[in-house]
Design a protein around this ligand. Structure first.
Ligand code: SF4
Length: 338
């Protein structure tokens, strides 16, 4: 499969009164045609900042600095002039945000908002754009699309609004869809419907998808590969089966252990990773996970581990999981139920 996106050593720093704060630190990964890549981690781990940096959505003039490289096919997005960047956003790479109500414009009908995307990026007459917008509403499963076209966002349910957001994002047939917590504000039934829709679009249109989520079950069901982020860095990367069947980083193991299990003979308390993600101005020296890691040693507290390939398909950022020891020198530590 052809590579659609390649991110190389991406760093995103915000200018603040306390100096530059690095929210994304040396992140590298790629996304291939038709692939679904999941990005997981707690809030504050840099998942959304990474995805928004790809499209340079933060205001570079005033408060952000990007370094590294983001290549979309042959174009280097971090250095592309703003005018050309406008033809990438929404046309070649689209984004769906978690809160459709605040992302849609309340004073325009949903039809107008889909048409706007089509008219900006494609050579269409208004009549053609309207027909295409109604077709998009139909494609994302909105009943009676010709009537819904004339409605305002407040007239639709949360699930319908999220479908409209997806229709806007897909209106110009992007090659990459970035879905940032697309189901967070929805109830579980609607969540499942929206995820089915995204997977269906991924399969039918061959569009690559970057899915940013807290929901590990959704990743297990829908994605091909997974990236686990912690405090601005990738700590583990691999195929879904690698990460879910044999997580190697203690943080990933903690995340996996915190998934409720229905098949255990007797109920156990849910595991909880101790502590919280530190603030960006309090990043620990050495391994960033050391203050929360039950296996931390002096080496961990002094030296930052690199991201090493441990198997052909799995990379881990941990001193005790690397190519030399194959990741299996010690038995993976077992977490006790908290
Ligand atoms: Fe834990 Fe040390 Fe590995 Fe960091 S390097 S994850 S502190 S064992």
């Amino acid at each position: 499969m052809e590579r659609v996106l390649q991110v190389e050593n991406l760093c995103t720093e915000f200018k603040t009164e306390r100096g530059m704060l690095k929210a994304v630190d040396g992140v590298s990964f790629e996304v291939r045609e038709g692939e679904m890549l999941g990005i997981v981690g707690e809030s504050g781990c840099g998942k959304s900042v990474t995805s928004q940096s790809i499209l340079r959505l933060y205001d570079e003039k005033s408060f952000v600095r990007y370094t590294g490289d983001v290549r979309f096919h042959d174009e280097s997005l971090l250095t592309l002039p703003e005018k050309q960047m406008e033809s990438v956003r929404g046309a070649k790479i689209s984004m769906v945000f978690q809160d459709a109500l605040s992302s849609l414009n309340p004073v325009f009908t949903v039809g107008d908002q889909i048409m706007e995307a089509i008219l900006i990026h494609q050579k269409r007459t208004k009549a053609e754009a309207k027909a295409q917008a109604i077709e998009m509403l139909n494609m994302v499963g909105i009943p009676d699309p010709a009537r819904r076209f004339h409605q305002y966002p407040f007239e639709l349910s949360g699930g319908m609004r999220q479908r409209v957001m997806i229709a806007v994002a897909l209106a110009c047939h992007p090659q990459l869809l970035i879905a940032d917590e697309p189901t967070t504000a929805l109830d579980v039934t609607i969540q499942a419907q929206i995820m089915d829709l995204i997977v269906d679009m991924n399969k039918r249109l061959g569009m690559a998808v970057m899915l940013i989520t807290h929901d590990l079950a959704v990743v297990a069901e829908t994605c091909d590969r997974v990236i686990v982020m912690y405090l601005g860095q990738i700590v583990e990367e691999g195929r879904v089966e690698d990460i879910f069947d044999h997580p190697m980083h203690p943080y990933t193991m903690g995340l996996m252990n915190s998934i409720p299990k229905l098949d255990t003979a007797k109920a156990t308390r849910l595991y909880q990773i101790s502590g919280t993600v530190p603030l960006l101005n309090q990043i620990p020296v050495g391994c960033r996970f050391a203050p929360r890691c039950p296996y931390a040693t002096d080496l961990c507290r002094e030296e930052m581990p690199g991201l090493s390939r441990v198997t052909q398909t799995q990379s881990v950022r941990c001193h005790y999981r690397n190519e030399q020891n194959g990741g299996f020198v010690e038995e993976p530590p077992q977490y006790e139920a908290g």
